[in-house]
Structures are given as C-alpha cells and as structure tokens.
Design a protein around this ligand. Structure first.
Ligand code: CU
Length: 489
C-alpha cells in the first residue's frame, strides 16, 4: 500500500534479473521498465504487457525490445503502455549466451490519481475553442448574408436581416455543442475518478477475551472500483499467499514500537477471526494482506484501540516484537532522525543492515542486504525458512501511508508470482518440498531449505520520510524480528 512500483529479483531461465516496473499513475498510461542482469551474457531482452490470468494471459502481444544502456551493458530499459486496470503482468524474454529464458512479473495496475491538465495547454485549448466557435458563427452569418451576392455589390437589406438571424442560430448551435461536450467531459472525469484506487477499509472489533474479528467495511467502498464487482473481496475468493489466506499486521502508533504479524482464519460470511496474543495496549494501525483469485494483491487498512486484556500465547507462524519507541531511538520528531543499521537480538546474535554509506533516496531501486551473526560475531548457521522463505521484511512509513511486505524475491505478492510463473510456458513446476499449497516456483532466489545468513530484498522507498523496517527470520525454530530505521530523502 502506498508503494505501487514493482521490484523483483528472480531468474529468467539461466539469467538472474533485477526488474523494476514503475507503474503509471493513470491507466491507460506508460509503465517504465528497468532491468539489470547479474551476468554480462545477455544479448537481448524483450518485454510485453498482458493479463496475469484468464484468456488474456495466453496471447502475448508483439514484445518490445528493451534498450541496452550505453554506459552500462548489463542495464536495460523500456516503456510499455498499460491499457487496462487490474491484475497484469510484464513478460520478460531473455536471449543470450546461455540460451533463452522467460520471467513473468506480476503488475497490479490501478489508477492512483487524476492528472491535472497543464495550465499552458489548458489556456491554448481554451483560446482555440473561442477562435473556432466565433469563426463558425461569423462564417455561417456571412454565408447567409453574402453567399449569392455578386462580387463587389452590397448585400440587400433583407439578406442583412437574415444574416443577423443566422448569427443567432449559429451561436445557439455552437453553444449547445460546447455545453454537451462539457457535460460529456465532466461525466468521463467522474467515471474516471470513481476508478481511482483506494485501499479497502477493515472493520476490527476486539472482544474482552482477546478474540479479534475482521471484516471489510462495505460502507467505505468506492462505487465502480476496478476490483468490483467481478473481484469483490468476499473473503471466499482469495488464494493462499505463502501458506495463509491473510497476513495481518498490527503496529502501535505513533511510536512504531509494538509490531505483530498474525494469520487470522476465515469463518465464512466475509469474516476473519483470530485470538490475539497479549499485546501491549495502545492505538494500532492495521494492515491485512490478501490476494484475489486473479492474483491481484490487496492491502486492507484499519485502526484499532487495544485495551488491556489477557491474550493467548503466540502459535503457528505468528510472531511479534515489542521494541524501542522511535522517539527514543532514531528520533522521528527530531531533525536529526537517523538510520539504524545494527539490531541485537535479545537471545544473542545480531542482524546488520549492510548498506552503502550516504543518504537513502526515494524512488531508487535498492538491494537491501542483511547479515545475520551468531553471538560470536560469525555468520549464523541456524537459519531456517520462515513460511517457506529466507526472510520477510515489512517496511512502514511513520505516518502509516506506506506499507510493503517484501521478500527476497521482491515486492510482488508471492501468490501472484506463483500464478505468473504457472502461466509461463516452459517454466517447469518444481515439486513443493515443504508441502505448502501456494509457493513460488523454485527458480526464486531465497527459496531453499538451508538459509544463507546473508539476505537481500529488492525494494525502493516510494517517497521521502522516516521508515521502520522489520526483518523477520527463523533461527533454530524461533521467529526473530530485527528492527531498523531509515531516514529517506
Ligand atoms: Cu512474508
């Protein structure tokens, strides 16, 4: 949510690619594609947009050739028209020394806002309209008045009178055409404004025994939203995303110091429930990630004031952490808000964010590298997959306007990536070693049963501000959450 660009670090056959798709703010609109190849043996990259699922995913349009950078031969760029809203993909075809490779990048296409017309263009068009309108009126008047008058002779008085009548009639006709045109434009603009995407709202209620009930706040639904009515979030039409129908996050605000990653279960009739662990009271922002059956990822948002209550112990894949408030740590309210790059685990060992020195910049695709060390400062060797992946990172802006749930493969929903690779001819569906229903194909980096202590995530901050990054891993059977701060310029 609040982070529309798509980042993917994955293999197209034998080639490892870092793909960034900058989604246009309006649809139809032009998406900018940036592809970095990890190796220098790529000869050509072709890109084509299409639907992620359904009949439209079977017929690729003629692909465009991505342009190779003159200064950096491993960097390719291209632009693609995205013509429709919804669950799309960019299909990337690579040709090179190791043969051909293919990769599908899921792209949720939504209208984010209406672009205003530029002032000079508006003024120019208005001037032209006045000129054309008055020209039509005076031409019709002149035609009636002088149409059959001999050259050089003056028009008779009767013709002059009829000319005046023609002026009035022409002005009325032109005026009504302009009026109808204006109404047409306005209704088109209203139609478009209705299709601007806003995250669905969650209604959350908490009982005294700690049972949390979640449902979509239907009253808030924008009419004509692109995911409706065909893709209504009826909670019965969702697909598993790394083993769960919903990944639910709670973050205490404004201090960002109590963070929970839970997995509520559906109980029918559009409702999810969960027994909350004993989390500290306070005001929480809620984010619920679900994936629609067409691969479209939705983050639902809400708020909850949590009173003191006795909760049940954490279980299953649930995890959480209570950590330092940001005002005591990086100091969000202070001018000198700074990054924090080392996190010590309470049980020993630490995680280090290995980043380039220098300020972080918004809208720059980055590879976030984290190293897990044991208590002796050596690379840790007790990491296990957590929900099938090396790690999960949740990146949240201090005003909760950005929430991204990112994995080593990228910012796209794993379930959508899974769908995309299934649709790709020639990508073999490897057996699912961990028996989980919805896991990406095995060509995704970071997907194996032994987990390397060095973890990387592809992501770019969508705007300046202060962010907290929660990196979740599993060590020797226990989920641990490391916390980092990022001041982004
Ligand atoms: Cu995850």
């Amino acid at each position: 949510m609040g982070s529309p660009d798509v980042f993917l670090d994955a293999n197209a056959g034998p080639y490892r690619l870092f793909v960034t798709v900058r989604v246009p703010q309006v649809i139809p609109g032009i998406a900018q594609i940036e592809i970095r190849s990890a190796s220098n043996d790529v000869r050509e990259i072709r890109i084509a947009p299409m639907q992620l699922t359904g009949p439209g995913s079977q017929y690729a349009p003629t692909p465009d050739v991505a342009e190779r950078s003159k200064t950096d031969p491993q960097f390719f760029t291209g632009s693609l028209w995205l013509m429709e809203l919804g669950s799309l993909q960019v299909r990337v075809n690579v040709d090179g020394a190791k043969g051909k490779g293919e990769l599908s990048v899921p792209v949720p296409a939504v209208a984010q806002r209406t672009l205003p017309m530029q002032k000079p263009l508006g003024a120019l068009l208005f001037g032209l309209m006045i000129l054309l309108a008055s020209a039509i009126v005076s031409i019709s008047a002149a035609a009636v008045r002088e149409g059959d008058v001999e050259p050089g002779a003056a028009a008779p008085a009767s013709k002059v009178r009829r000319g005046h009548v023609a002026t009035v009639i022409a002005a009325l006709v032109v005026g009504s055409v302009l009026f109808i045109g204006g109404e047409w434009w306005k209704s088109d603009a209203t139609q478009f404004a209705r299709r601007i995407y806003s995250p669905p709202q969650l209604d959350a209620t908490l009982q005294t025994d700690g049972q949390l009930t979640l449902r979509e706040n239907a009253a808030h639904l924008p009419v004509g939203n692109p995911r409706r009515p065909a893709d209504a979030i009826n909670f019965d039409n969702l697909i598993l995303d790394h083993g769960h129908l919903m990944h639910f996050f709670m973050l205490r605000m404004p201090e960002m110091d109590s963070f929970w990653h839970l997995h509520p279960s559906p109980v029918g009739q559009g409702t999810f429930v969960h027994d909350l662990p004993p989390i500290p009271p306070g005001h929480y922002e809620l984010f619920a990630d679900v994936v629609l059956s067409n691969g479209f990822p939705v983050t639902m948002v809400g708020q909850l004031d949590v009173p003191a209550y006795s909760g049940k112990a954490l279980s299953g894949d649930d995890s959480g952490i209570v950590t330092t408030p940001i005002s005591q740590d990086e100091g969000i309210s202070r001018k000198d808000a700074k990054d924090s790059t080392i996190y010590s685990f309470p049980g020993g060992g630490r995680m280090i964010w290995q980043r380039d020195p220098g300020p972080l910049k918004a809208n720059v695709p980055l590879s976030f590298q984290f190293l897990v060390q044991d208590q002796d400062g050596k690379p840790a060797h007790d990491l296990e997959p957590y929900m099938g992946m090396a790690a999960h990172a949740e990146i949240i802006r201090s005003d909760a306007s950005v929430f991204a749930h990112v994995h080593p493969a990228g910012s796209v929903a794993m379930a959508a990536l899974d769908l995309a690779q299934m649709q790709t001819p020639g990508v073999a569906q490897a057996g699912q070693p961990n028996g989980m229903g919805s896991m990406p194909a095995m060509n995704m980096p970071g997907m194996s049963s032994t987990v390397d202590p060095t973890i990387s995530f592809p992501y770019g901050f969508p705007k300046p501000g202060f962010y907290r990054i929660f990196v979740q891993i599993k060590r020797a059977g226990c989920v641990e959450t490391a916390v980092f701060g990022a001041a982004v310029n």
